[in-house]
Write a protein that binds this ligand. Structure first.
Ligand SMILES: [Zn+2]
Length: 74
């Protein structure tokens, strides 16, 4: 698909690192499958993967961890 950020790049399947920040918690999730723009590097998560990533981040926030690095496991 065409990248909506830079409007010139095309996205391709790949692996990215997602960083989410909520309140005092930073969650870094590595090895997340995503569509990645070959021009600007913006990534797009599919619906089920995004849900999973946000659910993981919610769990970390609830444990009041300040920084956590996770690995996405399918
Ligand atoms: Zn782009």
């Amino acid at each position: 698909m065409k990248c909506v950020i830079c409007k010139t790049g095309q996205t391709h399947p790949g692996i990215t690192t997602v960083t989410l920040q909520r309140d005092k918690t930073v969650v870094v999730i590595r090895d997340v499958p995503a569509e990645i723009c070959d021009d600007c590097g913006e990534y797009y998560l599919s619906e089920p993967i995004a849900r999973r990533v946000y659910a993981d981040a919610d769990g970390t926030v609830q444990r009041q961890v300040e920084v956590e690095i996770q690995r996405y496991a399918a």
